[in-house]
Design a binder for this molecule. Structure first.
Ligand code: NAD
Length: 363
């Protein structure tokens, strides 16, 4: 198979982890006889620094000509410390999602058994957790009207959803549930928010077309509690942009670390694959970032955009074997991990690539 992959490493640890995602994709191409071309482009702070634009036209031009996108993260402390700055890295990411029509963000949260002790949640509560989040990505407070008024004394963001936006992601979630344990938990705040009442109404209408799938509604506050208390009770979680953003960071603790969670953003055309974490300024440049979220994002890319299920499974299996052999980055190390098995970002990627050779013979 011949494909063009656009690579947007972005800022901070984005470039450190994306290098390992690319390493794994190159290894897959070599083992399975594919030809992947990688074209790099700027986004976020790096793009602002060199072009003044968080999503330069050249980047958009490359994206629309590509078959899939592997993205790292955007962000820089200067913007976090100065909320008044008008041109910001995250604008590049939001615009990219909107312009490419990427409305469904898919975030699998599956605990590798080897990491049972890496989480701060009790192992007996965690064991067997396997959730998939469907977060709506192009609506909500992120894109509703926002501004300042009353002589700068008041600020507002508008939470807005249309029936059509809810329907299209709900269908994707229900179809996914049919291939899993046949349960959808829709998360909203319908007791107070009008947009949530439209969300709930619409999800109920869509659910009627999937009688084999059980639908449960939870308010976001209760969902946040239940995720930690009984993660195994969830199968497919369907939610809006803001609630999904927050709940999936919380759910990363189920998988052991932010560095373990991959995501796919899909719409009507191209797919974008990225770790759920940000640019992590606190560890940038130290070489200790966990690259597995980027590696697992590469697996999602192979599966969803290229239909290469066998290759995607090989990547997941290679990650599993690397963890089984005791290799860890610091964020997923526990008191049982010997010092010599704690690896830097680059070496962790190497260990996965080495195991791909072995796994390829099995799959
Ligand atoms: P973050 O996800 O970058 O980091 C949160 C915590 O998790 C940090 O302690 C970090 O060290 C740790 N962490 C994250 N990824 C890790 C990895 N791969 N390995 C080991 N540890 C990891 O969130 P934040 O600190 O709130 O934000 C930092 C910057 O990232 C901000 O500028 C924010 O705007 C941006 N951000 C970008 C995205 C994105 O590009 N999709 C998402 C979230 C935050």
């Amino acid at each position: 198979m011949k494909k063009n992959i656009a690579v947007l490493p972005g800022d901070g640890i984005g470039s450190e982890v994306t290098a390992e995602g690319v390493k794994v994709l190159k290894k897959i191409a070599q083992i399975f006889g594919h030809h992947f071309d990688f074209d790099y482009a700027l986004i976020g702070h790096e793009a602002i620094r060199t072009t003044g634009n968080p999503l330069p036209d050249e980047t958009m031009k490359l994206l629309v000509q590509s078959d899939a996108i592997l993205f790292g993260a955007v962000g820089h402390p200067m913007y976090d410390n100065d909320p008044a700055l008008k041109v910001r890295p995250e604008q590049g990411l939001l615009r990219m999602r909107k312009e490419l029509g990427l409305y469904a963000n898919i975030r699998p949260v599956k605990l590798f058994d080897e990491l049972l002790h890496a989480s701060s949640i009790k192992p007996e509560i965690l064991k067997g957790s396997d959730i998939i989040f469907f977060r709506e990505l192009t609506g909500d407070v992120y894109f509703g009207e926002k501004g300042r008024k009353d002589n700068n004394q008041t600020a507002y963001d508008t939470m807005i959803y249309s029936r059509h936006e809810v329907e299209r992601i709900a269908h994707i979630a229900f179809r996914a549930a049919q291939t899993r344990r046949k349960k959808v938990t829709s998360v909203d705040k319908a007791n107070v928010l009008e947009s949530s009442r439209l969300w709930r109404e619409t999800v109920q209408q869509v659910a009627a077309q999937y009688p084999d799938v059980q639908l449960e509604h939870l308010f976001v506050d209760a969902a946040a509690m239940k995720l930690i208390r009984s993660p195994r009770s969830f199968d497919v979680v369907l939610t809006g942009n803001l609630f999904g953003d927050i709940l999936t960071d919380e759910a990363s603790e189920i998988a052991g670390s932010m560095g373990m969670l991959a995501s796919a953003s899909i719409g009507d055309t191209i797919g974008l694959y990225e770790p759920i974490h940000g640019s992590a300024h606190d560890i940038t440049g130290k070489g200790i970032a966990n690259p597995l979220a980027s590696v697992l994002s590469a697996a999602l890319l192979l599966d969803i955009s290229f239909g290469l299920k066998q290759e995607a499974d090989a990547v997941i299996r290679a990650v599993e074997m690397t963890l089984k052999d005791g290799y860890r980055t610091v964020d997923i190390a526990d008191s049982h991990t010997p010092k010599e098995k704690i690896l830097n970002t680059h070496k962790m990627g190497d260990e996965v690539a080495v195991r791909l050779e072995k796994v390829a013979v099995e799959v």
